[in-house]
Design a protein around this ligand. Sequence first.
Ligand code: UDP
Length: 225
Amino acid sequence: MSEPAFHRVLLKVSGEALLGDRGFGVDPAIVTRIAQELHDVRELGVEVAVVVGGGNFIRGVSASALGVDRVVADHMGMLATIINALALQDAIEIREIAEPFIRRRVIRHLEKGRIVVLAGGTGNPYFSTDTAAALRAMEVRAEVILKATKVDGVFDADPQKVPDAKMISRINYLEVLSRGLAVMDTTAISLCMDNNLPIIVFNLNVPGNLKRVILGEKIGSLVAR
Ligand code: UDP
């Protein structure tokens, strides 16, 4: 069997990825499948931290457009990430509900082979869980951010709207920013750029893809220097 390409990774799962075919909330079947995939890569000896989003329940920007104070809306968004983390946590049988993010502790959990689910974003309004993913990846010294999406990678236009949108297999950070490509928000991309942290964007809806990425198969898109 081939060797993993990475030793420690940070997987970013957006709230949307947990929706399945629903308009709102969490699809237990999807959560179970993601948990199974996490187990599979864990079996390869790879350490995995997961940052979960909350967009399947609420996004600060959208709620504030409807009149909720932005900071309150962001706090609601961060609470939504905690609901998602509980759903994932339940599926991968971690018994504690949560503990505060203490860097050395998280690293210790990872070293012991535990899958660590990180909820609550950065804890600050005006940020996103993509930025939390970039920040935590750096803090725990993950080698790469695996950004799970429902399309195959980075495209030159939205593939769900533009039928002949082309997938880009490798792109640098500045180009993502200057072309305004929807990989992650600009704060997250800048943080990765400043710290030279690669991002692999891949389709988590294809069963087995997480393992493929971890084994170094060239699927998805690489954002790097
Ligand atoms: N959020 C925040 N600070 C953070 C992370 C998230 O205020 O550090 C709020 C923000 O309102 C955001 C919501 O939580 O819209 C849900 O997170 P995000 O939109 O990143 O979720 P995803 O798109 O990944 O599902």
